[in-house]
Design a protein around this ligand. Structure first.
Ligand code: PEP
Ligand code: MG
Length: 886
């Protein structure tokens, strides 16, 4: 099979399906080939496959003879198409070399431009172009980029040399540098290379090319790429492709330019071309944010009140071409595209297209608009929105009426709002965030080295860079709010201060960002709840029509119930009653119950708790009726409720009349070495039935009260935790039934209710056939089921799990995303055995996995009836359930 695929010119691969394969050619390579094949102006080039990268990395970084031969042929294709030869001293072919994995990865080596220049070819280039300055500018850029990304030298050394050269000449901008200035700088750059690496800058153009190819391959295994892969769940064995393409030049004077654009607004989804360009510049100038770019359209320029002309005004012909390309690309891909282009002396060239990263709000608007435009159908629209991205829309935004102490306004690069403390570097951001602090990462500009800090931060502020700068693009992809290009901000890393105009702030001071307006504010600004209307509601309606599984919520307070219902919850899948026990006003009665010497003592304390529990359930039923509510009886080990400090013991002594010493001794008796596997769950109900009796009574009395008062009867589903045997459930089911009968007799009314169990122990899953004889429903408690199946403690896993994920032992944290292969087998088996006994047994999941899209897909395939997720995850689960059923 081929190792290299050509594109552009007369390249053709017959009907070889691999020639279109994104997995093989990477997103960039596949799309370049596709653009060329639909007749768009793409400079010719070739793509080395991802397979070859994987082979190269596995087999010890050696190029095969086959690869050398294929690349020689592919180079000839480029040479023939453009009519120039690589290394030709009179008229050299120059190429760009770029990485390109299946999905775009900011952690990897990105681009080397102008490859093929050396001391001889630079003269040839100058002659052919008739422009000395352009040729020497290109050469110094090449040395700088190649030294940075291929030779691994510190780019700061080169930037510093350039700054000094400008200072010596009294220049402000790079554009003031003349041909001779660039020539002198090249000399200096070469001296830096020789000094730093002990050998001269490579003059052999083929050695340059192989060096760049090796650098792209090796970048797949760089630390930054690994971090990015871990954060984004990208497998380590995909590899990256390498794209080598004939150069076109955006830096050939004032009729040349380079830019990046989106076919629609990636922040809002609005149907308007959107982008930035720079006259007389090369691609990386736009992204690096070194010069502030100009707007693409007249409309955008006017809206921003900028004075430099837009591309529409400055280069109307090339702009017209570009607009046509936008339309063609959107029609072809039926999606919003993110594009890189270059104009070389008036002629437009396309360098990249890909589906554009977008904010959640934009994703919704694009999906809904494109259905209305007839570009895509509803199912495609549902699949277009990443359920996890909805999270961005479900959280509070800044209150428009709250007072704002605005320090400055930058570009609204990624929407949302965030308050947090100022942090000036990525490592500190990560460190502080790990300790639970909200941080705002403030940088002059960001680079891929900052990814981990951006991920840890609530928001990102940069002093330099446009709407398509690294910070802006990455922040939008991550759903972090971002204000970029706030040029009034100056950062002093030595003093750890940040100055905005005449206000001096310190690292650690609180600021607030508004990514929708670009405002930077001092202090914390009040927020308001989000609205679930418009495109959000439309897409959710489509999703609800398609999904099979119901979506419930895990909730234990009336407030949570109200939130979850607003988000579309169709019932409670798990109400953890112990959360009610922790309430400050009740904890002493709970402690009194636990520390009592005998049943009589416990009953006395439980009698105090009954009215409180009844009130809890009444409020919950009122919020949820007539939807089903699964209420779980007490689960955690009793020692979790015990008093700890002297004061807590003293208070309890007062209430109970027992001495502090006596209470301390009782508490010690209750100590467990392994409480998660100890006296908890249904074992409490078996040993102290009076606890479950009180809870069952509270449930049924509350249900009767609500039915009487509102006529809207709730359907309680009483759930027994941590069952491992049929007998446990049989005993406790009888207990619940007896109490129900008692309460119904007292109240003179019968209500529908169910008794069921959690399946959260491997034995329960294995014995599900038998257990189903006693259970009307199963709810998979995948938190405990994961803990007990893997033998990994939920509470202690944090110490080693990240290493496990890094080393690929687990693909993802198994407490976040269900271990489908292992734990999944137990779930499938229990479903099968449970249904075999009781055909209409109700099946759901209430572990954290119920809100995780990948796990929801598993639940759909396994045939569960519902998933239950925390309130803010309910919309995510609704969309994920719809996607799962497609
Ligand atoms: C579970 O174990 O998955 C569960 C939902 O119960 P808890 O998290 O309360 O143990
Ligand atoms: Mg559990």
């Amino acid at each position: 099979s081929k190792l290299v695929y050509t594109f552009g010119g007369d390249a053709s691969h017959g009907d070889d399906p691999r020639a279109k394969d994104k997995n093989l050619l990477g997103g960039k390579g596949a799309n370049l080939a596709e653009m060329a094949s639909i007749g768009l102006p793409v400079p010719p080039g070739f793509t080395i496959t991802t397979e070859e990268c994987v082979r190269y990395l596995k087999e010890g970084s050696d190029f095969s003879a086959d690869l050398r031969a294929d690349i020689a042929k592919a180079l000839t294709h480029i040479e023939r198409t453009v009519g120039k030869n690589f290394g030709d001293e009179s008229d050299p072919l120059l190429v760009s070399v770029r990485s390109g994995a299946r999905v775009s990865m900011p952690g990897m080596m990105d681009t080397v431009l102008n490859l093929g220049l050396n001391d001889k070819t630079v003269e040839g280039l100058a002659k052919v172009a008739g422009d000395d300055r352009f040729a020497w500018d290109s050469y110094r850029r090449f040395i700088q980029m190649y030294s940075d990304v291929v030779l691994g030298l510190d780019h700061g050394l080169f930037e510093e040399a350039l700054e000094i050269a400008k200072e010596d000449n009294g220049f402000f901008a790079d554009t003031e540098m003349t041909a001779d200035d660039w020539r002198a700088l090249v000399k200096e750059f070469k001296a830096i290379v020789e000094r730093e690496q002990g050998e001269p800058f490579p003059q052999d153009v083929h050695a340059q090319l192989w060096g760049a190819i090796a650098a792209v391959f090796d970048s797949w295994d760089s630390d930054r790429a690994k971090v990015y892969r871990r954060l984004n769940d990208i497998p380590g064995d995909w590899g990256t492709a390498v794209n080598v393409q004939a150069m076109v030049f955006g830096n050939m004077g004032d009729t040349s330019a380079t830019g990046v654009a989106f076919t629609r607004d990636p922040a809002t989804g609005e149907k308007a071309y959107y982008g930035e360009f720079l006259v007389n510049a090369q691609g990386e100038d736009v992204v690096a944010g070194i010069r502030t770019p100009q707007y693409l359209t007249l409309r955008a320029r006017e809206a921003a009140g900028a004075d430099k002309p837009s591309m529409e005004e400055a280069m109307p012909d090339a702009y017209g071409e570009l607009a046509k390309v936008f339309e063609l690309l959107e029609a072809h891909y039926a999606d919003m595209q993110d594009i890189e282009f270059t104009v070389e002396r008036g002629k437009l060239w396309m360098l990249q297209t890909r589906s554009g990263k977008r904010t959640a709000a934009a994703a919704l608007k694009l999906a809904v608009d494109m259905v209305e435009e007839g570009l895509i159908d509803e199912k495609t629209a549902i699949l277009r929105v990443d359920p996890m991205a909805l999270d961005q829309l479900l959280h509070p935004t800044l209150d428009p009426d709250a007072a704002r102490d605005v320090l400055t306004t930058g570009l609204p690069a990624s929407p949302g709002a965030a308050s947090g403390i100022i942090v000036l570097d990525a490592d500190t951001a990560e460190h502080k965030a790990e300790r639970g602090e909200s941080v705002i990462l403030c940088r002059v500009e960001t680079s891929p080295e900052d990814i981990h800090g951006m991920h840890a931060a609530k928001g990102i502020l940069t002093a330099r860079g446009g709407m398509t700068s690294h910070a802006a693009v990455v922040a939008r992809g991550m759903g972090r709010c971002c204000v970029s290009g706030a040029s009034a901000v100056s950062i002093n890393l030595k003093d750890r201060t940040l100055r905005i105009g005449d206000r001096e702030l310190k690292e650690g001071d609180t600021i607030t960002l508004d990514g929708g307006t670009g405002q930077v504010m001092a202090g914390k600004v009040a927020t308001i709840e989000p609205k679930m209307a418009g495109d959000f509601a439309t897409l959710m309606e489509w999703a609800d029509r398609i999904r099979r599984m119901k979506v419930r919520t895990n909730a234990e307070t009336p407030e949570d119930c109200v939130t979850a219902r607003k988000f579309g919850a169709e019932g409670i899948g798990l109400c953890r009653t112990e959360h009610m026990f922790f309430d400050a006003s009740r904890i002493s009665a709970v402690r009194e119950m636990i520390l009592a010497e005998d049943e009589g003592g416990r009953r006395k304390a439980l009698a105090k708790l009954l009215p409180e529990q009844r009130k809890d359930f009444t409020e919950i039923f009122e919020a949820m009726a007539p939807l089903p509510c699964t209420i779980r009886l007490l689960d955690p080990p009793l020692h979790e409720f015990l008093p700890t400090g002297d004061q807590e013991f003293a208070e309890l002594a007062e209430i109970t009349g027992f001495g502090v010493d006596h209470l301390r001794r009782r508490a010690e008796e209750l100590h467990e070495f392994n409480p998660m596997l100890g006296h908890r769950g249904c074992r409490l109900g078996i040993t102290y039935p009076e606890i479950y009796e009180m809870q069952a009574r509270a449930i049924f009395e509350a249900a009767c009260d609500v039915a009487e008062k509102s006529g809207n009867a709730p359907v309680p589903e009483v759930m027994i935790p941590l069952v491992g045997t049929k007998r446990e459930l049989a005993i406790l089911r009888k207990l619940v039934n007896d109490i129900a009968a008692e309460v119904f007799a007292e109240r003179g009314r019968e209500l529908e209710y169910l008794v069921g169990t959690m399946i959260e122990l491997p034995r329960a899953a294995l014995m599900a056939g038998e257990i189903a004889e006693e259970a009307r429903f199963f709810s998979f408690g995948t938190n405990d089921l994961t803990q007990t199946t893997l033998g990994v403690s939920r509470d202690d896993a944090g110490r080693f799990l990240s290493t496990y994920v890094e080393k690929g032992i687990y693909g993802r944290d198994p407490f976040v995303s269900l271990d489908v292969e292992g734990v999944g087998q137990l779930v499938s088996l229990a479903v099968e055995r449970g249904r075999a006994t009781r055909l209409d047994i109700k099946l759901g999941i209430c572990g954290e996995h119920g809100g995780d899209p990948a796990s929801i897909l598993f639940c759909e395939k396994t045939g569960l009836d519902y998933v239950s997720a925390s309130p803010y995850r309910v919309p995510i689960a609704r969309l994920a359930a719809a996607q799962a059923s497609l």
